[in-house]
Every structure is written in C-alpha cells, then in structure tokens.
Design a protein around this ligand. Structure first.
Ligand code: GDP
Ligand code: MG
Ligand code: ZN
Ligand code: ZN
Ligand code: ZN
Length: 256
C-alpha cells in the first residue's frame, strides 16, 4: 500500500507523499536533468518540464494502477447531454466484461446514483468549478474504486468539448460522443477534442428524421481531422448499435 493514501502501489511516488525513495518524483527528475550539462539550456529544460508536467506524471501513475489489474480504462467525453450516462446504463445489461465508472460533474451525484441503481460500482467526483477532470482527481477516486473485480473502468468526464481533451487522466482510450441535436458542425468546430478520439459515437440517431442533420458531412469532417478514426452510430433504443460499441471495446480489450 502507498505510505499515505492506501492505494496499492509501493514503487511509485504520490503527489501526497514526500517523494523520498522515488524515481517518479517530478522535482527529483528535474534535478537529474539539471545535473546533465547537455540538457541544461533553458529551452530544453522548459520542454522537458512540460513533458514532466505534474498532471502527466499522475496520469502515468494512474495508468500503472489500471495496468497492474489488467483494467482497460476509457475516458468518455462529450458536451453535456450527448448521452454518456445513458449509454453506460444501457451497457450494464449487455457487456460481457465487468465495469466500474468514475463520474465527473461540477455538482450533484446524480450520474453515479443512476449507475448504482443499475448495480454498477460508480464513484462521483464533484469538481466544484473545474470544467474538466485531471489525473489527481481520478487518482483520488481510484481509492474508492476497487480494480480487482473489474475489466474496464470508464471515466465519464465533465460535459465539455474543450479542455477535457488536454488533460490526460491515465486512461488508455478516448471515446467522444456527439449527438444529432447538437448539429453537424461540432466535429469541425472542436477539432482538438475529436483529434484525440479513438472512437467517435454519433448518438441519438433515432432523432435524425426530426433534425436537419447531415450525417455524411459530419463523418467527413471527422475523417478530415483524423483519417482512420472509428465511428459508430448509436441509438439508445437500438440494442444492435450498443452491441457494436461493446464489440469495439471488447476488441480493444483483447488487443492489449
Ligand atoms: N432520443 C434519444 N435520447 C437519448 C439517447 N441517448 C440519450 N438520450 C437522452 O439524452 C438526455 C441526456 O442523456 P445523458 O446520458 O444524461 O447525457 P450525458 O450528460 O452525456 O451523460 C437524456 O434525457 C437521455 O434520455 C438516444 O440515443 N436517443
Ligand atoms: Mg452524464
Ligand atoms: Zn496510487
Ligand atoms: Zn494513492
Ligand atoms: Zn477545464
């Protein structure tokens, strides 16, 4: 167990320990860099500082936790209301793998409560005013989410198509949802988010007859931003479409 926080890694440092005996400590690593004259010019140090950004260090640490338990961790991102929690609720009845969910919202535990009602272990992070999750928040949440009994851990990020894409939280895969009622210009307008996607879900396709929405043009925008990105159309009432998402995740799980 870690010295202070009780998680099961001993060989890696924590933000909440004092960094002794640690080769993952940010400051320790920077000291080593300063000791090397070849890397001692300001520009190089600044670049490396960025690489060793504290959040990325913590994300790496979270990933070690997931990997130790052979858990595939998936970051679910989208604007509010695109259908992240509904998809997770629906998948609870259908997945061959066991999963838990770390939920991120500014306020309330409503999403975690919805999932618990389906028998899924869910832990709610309330970010207060933060519009994204960071690796430290997810690490704290991991203290409440046992990884032994699960195969997949979803992180449902704060509803936001902008900054969650810039914060590695230690997950392995990004799934980004975009729903029909949002209009078919969102992928082009938020390229940073969709470039980060391993899988794009175009959700609420049952509403296509009611919206002036060009599905092909949205898919084309996605492929301009990321040529080989996988895209699945999802309608929550169509179990086959949910099954496609599950099969995609199963494939990724087996590939590891
Ligand atoms: N028509 C339709 N509504 C959906 C679908 N998926 C989700 N919704 C609805 O969209 C709303 C927001 O969904 P939610 O899962 O809470 O979105 P989140 O904020 O991304 O977690 C809810 O009222 C859902 O019932 C879908 O495939 N079709
Ligand atoms: Mg939600
Ligand atoms: Zn830890
Ligand atoms: Zn810990
Ligand atoms: Zn943010």
């Amino acid at each position: 167990m870690c010295k202070d926080c009780g998680c099961s890694l001993t060989e890696h440092t924590h933000h909440h320990d004092n960094g002794e005996n640690s080769n993952h400590n940010h400051h320790g690593a920077m000291e080593n860099i300063h000791a090397n004259p070849q890397l001692n010019d300001k520009k190089t140090v600044d670049v490396i500082k960025k690489i060793l950004d504290k959040n990325d260090q913590e994300a790496l640490h979270n990933r070690v936790h997931f990997d130790e338990h052979n858990v595939l961790a998936i970051n679910l991102m989208s604007s509010p209301g695109s259908g992240k929690t509904t998809l997770l609720e629906k998948m609870a009845d259908l997945t061959p793998f066991k999963f838990a969910v770390i939920e991120g919202d500014l306020e309330t535990s409503r999403d975690a409560d919805r999932l618990k009602a389906k028998g899924i272990n869910a832990y709610q992070i309330q970010t207060g005013s933060a519009c994204h999750l960071d690796a430290f928040m997810v690490h704290k949440a991991l203290h409440h989410v046992p990884l032994e009994p699960i195969d997949v851990c979803f992180v449902e990020n704060v509803g936001n198509l902008v900054c969650p894409a810039s914060y590695d939280v230690g997950t392995h895969i990004n799934i980004v949802l975009v729903s029909v009622p949002e209009g078919n210009d969102k992928i082009a307008k938020y390229p940073v988010m969709f470039r980060a996607a391993d899988l794009i879900l175009i959700t609420k396709t049952d509403l296509l007859p009611h919206f002036d929405y060009d599905l092909e043009s949205e898919k084309k925008d996605a492929r301009i931003i990321k040529p080989n990105v996988d895209i699945i159309e999802v309608n929550i009432k169509d179990e086959k479409s949910i099954q496609k998402v599950i099969d995609w995740i199963e494939f990724k799980r087996r590939m590891r």
